[in-house]
Design a protein. Structure first.
Length: 319
């Protein structure tokens, strides 16, 4: 029996399609929706990727922060020495030790890396509602307490008004700078009117001394829904972070590793760690943080592609 020609195969396929119109229509629809979903997922993830890069790049690739090392998971009993890391022993008693104000200020005074800026800051209450006369914001405003270097280290700049100064720090008086979204919500289409006005944060009156330039927002970061006051003032609030943080910004990104090393040495001395003890603090670089999230998104992209491919193969088999 002679083999089927290409024309015979096409004719047979056409007859099969015509005799199974419903099945064919459903299969084609599945393929179409699978392709649409796949393209939509990849496009959305690429948009998130770009937004995330822009958000973290605004923090500065030449900066890093120091925070305390916490241990969320503990196992009862056992010796005080938990484990050995790179030849150093990590004590349970050294973990979960917040960075005290005195430690952060000592580091700032003694970190003399070439032209580096150092900031001491503290996370205040989140989900705050701000009021000005009959206007109010949504209860999603983050309050931060910083110093005169805080804005530069975390990538903010003043559009109107002034920055925090030494007198604000020493007195701990109720002054603040508003993020652009906050100012627009409270003062409408003339956010510049916020300067020298008295707003209320958590029921406390604050005089506005500055308006921050807009930084934009991403799905994970609302950088313009923020209020900045001094870290000496933020102690007035409840539900604030129990630990201070330190931010460092160097002039050149190529100096980042050297600054990191010097910061580690000084902060180990500040925390009175023995030579064989592991660090009980963490140094986080903004670019590494961004790479972690972007890598996570890349894995999601790969998974979405695999799911889409399986969907298309399944539809093709069904056809």
């Amino acid at each position: 029996m002679p083999g089927m020609t290409t024309m015979d195969s096409l004719a047979l396929a056409w007859r099969t399609v015509r005799s199974n119109k419903l099945r064919t229509g459903i299969t084609v629809a599945i393929i179409a929706f699978g392709i649409m979903a796949l393209i939509g997922i990849i496009t959305a993830i690429e948009a998130m990727n770009q937004s995330l890069k822009e958000s973290f790049s605004s923090m500065g690739a030449n900066a890093f922060s120091i925070r305390f090392k916490d241990s969320r998971v503990r196992f009862g009993g056992g010796p005080d020495i938990k484990k050995s890391v790179r030849g150093r022993k990590e004590k349970k008693s050294n973990l979960d030790k917040p960075i005290r104000k005195e430690e952060a200020e000592f580091f700032k005074a003694n970190f003399n890396f070439d032209r580096a800026q150092v900031s001491v800051y503290r996370r205040g209450p989140g989900a705050q509602e701000l009021h000005y006369q009959d206007k109010k914001t949504n209860p999603q405003i983050n309050v931060w307490g910083g110093d005169e270097n805080y804005l530069a280290v975390v990538g903010y700049s003043v559009e109107l008004g002034r920055n925090l100064n030494a007198l604000d720090m020493q007195s701990g008086r109720n002054v603040c700078l508003l993020g652009s979204n906050v100012a627009k919500t409270l003062f409408g289409d003339k956010p510049e009117r916020c300067i020298d006005k008295v707003i209320r944060i958590g029921g406390l009156p604050y005089r506005v001394i500055g308006l921050l330039k807009a930084k934009g927002s991403s799905a994970m970061m609302r950088q313009d829904d923020v209020v900045v006051t001094t870290y000496n003032n933020i102690r007035r609030f409840q539900n604030i972070s129990r630990s201070y943080m330190v931010g460092v910004m160097v002039k050149n990104v190529n100096e980042l590793d050297a600054a990191d090393g010097q910061a580690t040495a000084i902060f180990r001395a500040v925390r009175k760690l023995q030579p064989l003890e592991e660090d009980n603090f963490v140094i986080e670089k903004s670019d590494k943080f961004a790479e972690m999230f972007i890598g996570f998104l890349s894995s999601i992209t790969g998974s979405a592609g695999a799911i889409g491919l399986i969907t298309l193969i399944g539809a093709a088999i069904g056809l």
